[in-house]
Write a protein that binds this ligand. Sequence first.
Ligand code: HAM
Length: 437
Amino acid sequence: MSKKKKAKFQAVRGMRDILPEEQPYWDKVRKVVDKVAFDYNYGRIDTPIVEPVELFERTTGKDSDVVKKEMYKFQTASGKKVSLRPEGTPSVVRAYIENGMRTKPSPVKLYYIGPMFRHDRPQKGRFREFFQFGFEAIGEQDPILDAQIIQTALRVLSSIGISKTALQVNSIGCKECRPNFNKLLVSYLKNRRQSLCMNCKDRLKTNPLRILDCKEEKCTQVIAQAPQSVDHLCPDCKKHFTYLLECLDELKITYNINPHLVRGLDYYTKTVFEIWAKDDEEGRTALGGGGRYDYLVEKLGGKKTPGVGFAIGIDRVVDEMKDLKVKVSKTPSPQVFLAQLGDLAKMKSLSIFQGLEKAGITVAESFGRGNLRVQLKKANQLGVDLVLIMGQRESLDETVIIKDMVGGNQEVITLDKVVADVKKKLAKIKKEARIKK
Ligand code: HAM
């Protein structure tokens, strides 16, 4: 078997093309996201792909893997340090402050869809350019919002066709209770430092909470007996978490309280959650995740304002849709094929094409081909209902041959009637097809 020759230029490692055949999956996701956002009163926001490096250092966290190891950073011609956004939440909060959205009725509900960039090691479900959609509700402290955010995330997934998921929830406390828990955790882990992986030995100094989330076998044994944040919450966080769980019970949403779920981003307080595919037992490629971020607005220079949100990775969702054989609508075939023979006919075909297109009729053509047989073959492959043929004679007579590909009959019509006749014939073919069914 001959090996396929490598193209001279290839997409950058970890990035890829999403080809027309794939688009029906992506279209379905986008449509569902727009619909659910509308139903739950979220307004669409698009933020720039390039943001100041400092925005993510301050929020996602200087010591988080995302910022420390995975961020695409560069300097602009004027010497500004910028990065390709690794996630959407900091940008949305920046936009909230910059555009004075605080004066709007609370909570301000915003959603986004777009590419994110993380320079991680590419593997299944992990790309360097990937796509997320995210929902953020800014300005409300009540845990009912946390429940509604989870409900929204699950609603999007179930509407896409992914109903069997495993929801993981945890509370990692707030400024009041987390420092105490951190101390306890560090003292537990310090005594077991030798049993931790290299990364976690570092994390012990920079981000001990993150060790709880490590998937290395060495660490999972240590973590199994580690103190758990839910046992060390202050009364306020405890009440918040209990109410959230009651809301989830009320909504009949099943969940797993996962004491090891801490999330890799620094801005979370209280609620954190992830949604795993049913067969992803360790959550190595979570479909989505989110949580509460009550200090984030303040951290970016705004007034103290709580927030909660989530993001879901579309690449992973599309993989899951394929695994689950979710049905997506095929791109419909064009209704009419326009075939031409000779220079004059080719030129006239351009305006016929425009006339049909303006009338809402989908048309395919092969203007680059002169051979009629080849053009008709393409028409057949596309499965069109009608073919319009303009040869040299027709182009001089201002006529066109109209051929019914279903019934097989054909006739000559004048150019001024082409749109009306095509419409009539398409309607007839549709009616006959309905009767046959
Ligand atoms: P995250 O957990 O970092 O959270 O990302 C959310 C989702 O994006 C992941 O669950 C996954 O599906 C997808 N994702 C992340 N990295 C990759 C990758 N390299 N390749 C493919 N998919 C990936 C956030 O980004 C937070 N901003 C979520 C949030 C919103 N929290 C509050 N509001």
